[in-house]
Design a protein around this ligand. Structure first.
Ligand code: ADP
Ligand code: MG
Length: 359
């Protein structure tokens, strides 16, 4: 089977690596020089051009996405897993929040904002502090502004919404929470679902830095709550493939933050830590294979932001696995990650310290 990925970054690269083990060929639609080129065929395709995407799709058995930020008219008519509706929900924070609510999943109080006047009204009803976010195209904390006092309103709107035309935004109440977690699940063509354990995620400057699997404080009840939520979301969307939902933990409650219709950075630990990685299970789902076991061992993933640490240093740590995406160094860019068994507490602390300074 041939799976076509719209995109050719590190997620496509790791999908292609996983495909090798199960006889699934991954072909990517991207640009010359994209990092998936190291392991997969990358066809030059303008992802904004519906005709070019359709031509690419004609050469594969099924198409999947590496990013939710694709124009929906480009996705129409493709044999796409997950389907275009799921991608559409995940690419717009307002639609996404309303969808979570319709599934009975709690979200932060929110309001649509399309003008400075809307923003003033939204702040009056939601209260402060709050976060203004663009509805679309935000990632790694970009396209967001925090509002603590009424004096911040104007600046936030100029920064995020833009003056005078304005891009569609959403205002969210800034929640207090114990920590942030995510759940990754895969749903197969026949509707079977498998779940990975809840993972605890730590961000800095809007970028994921560390994921700890499993979330050490997760009770059976919290894991079941998340599984129930994902089951409903997956079913409602007639979803096929891997889905990620980020949650805020408030005691024994989970408040959904956002979802990604794809493999996710907080699931990279599954390559070493689970019997079947998120990448393999995504491919298994979209080609109609039986899903693999998610049985896992406690594992920690550390992101390498900006640049990779020297190989001469990482090689000194026996339990450490190094994933270098082969991308050029650039501030704030995800260029690779490290995985360590959670038992290697000293090495984890050491590497967290070493990676701290990364910009
Ligand atoms: P991104 O697409 O950039 O990941 P998120 O909506 O996940 O955007 O926001 C990034 C981070 O900002 C979250 O991981 C969380 O730490 C913080 N954040 C986002 N929304 C809220 C909120 N409503 N209350 C408190 N913190 C939030
Ligand atoms: Mg997020």
């Amino acid at each position: 089977m041939r799976v076509g990925v719209l995109g050719a970054g590190q997620l496509a690269l790791m999908l292609a690596q996983a495909g090798e083990g199960i006889g699934v060929e991954v072909v990517c639609a991207g640009q010359p020089g994209d990092c998936a080129e190291q392991v997969a065929t990358v066809m030059p395709v303008d992802l904004n051009n519906a005709k070019a995407v359709a031509e690419f799709a004609a050469q594969v058995d099924v198409v999947t996405v590496e990013s939710e930020n694709l124009e929906l008219d480009v996705l129409g008519g493709l044999n796409l897993c997950p389907n275009a509706q799921a991608v559409g929900v995940a690419q717009d924070r307002l639609i996404e929040k309303r969808f979570f609510e319709s599934c009975g999943v709690s979200v932060a109080p929110f309001a649509p904002v399309n003008s400075l006047e809307d923003l003033e009204r939204a702040v009056a009803s939601i209260g402060l502090p709050a976060i203004l976010k663009t509805r679309r195209l935000g990632y790694d904390g970009k396209g967001q502004a925090r509002i603590y006092t009424p004096d911040d309103l104007m600046k936030a709107w100029e920064h995020v919404g833009g003056v005078p035309s304005g891009v569609p935004c959403i205002l969210e109440k800034m929640l207090e929470f114990d920590t942030e977690v995510s759940m990754i699940a895969a749903r197969g063509l026949t509707g079977e679902v498998v779940f990975y354990p809840l993972v605890e995620n730590f961000h800095r400057e809007g970028i994921l830095r560390t994921s700890i699997a499993p979330y050490a404080k997760a009770t059976l009840a919290l894991q079941s709550l998340a599984e129930g939520y994902l089951t409903d979301v997956l079913k409602r969307l007639e979803y096929v493939g891997v889905l990620t939902v980020e949650f805020f933990v408030q005691g024994d409650r989970l408040v959904a933050n956002e979802m990604a219709p794809r493999v996710h950075n907080s699931g990279h630990w599954t390559i070493e830590g689970a019997a079947t990685s998120q990448f393999e299970n995504h491919l298994r789902a979209v080609v109609g294979m039986e899903l693999g076991s998610t049985q896992s061992v406690p594992t920690v993933m550390l992101n390498c932001i900006g640049s990779m640490p020297p190989e001469a240093e990482t090689m000194l740590f026996a339990g450490l696995k190094r994933h270098d995406y082969g991308k050029a160094s650039r501030p704030g860019r995800k260029v690779g990650h490290l995985t360590l068994p959670a038992t290697e507490t000293e090495a984890i602390t050491e590497w967290q310290k070493r990676l701290q300074g990364q910009r």
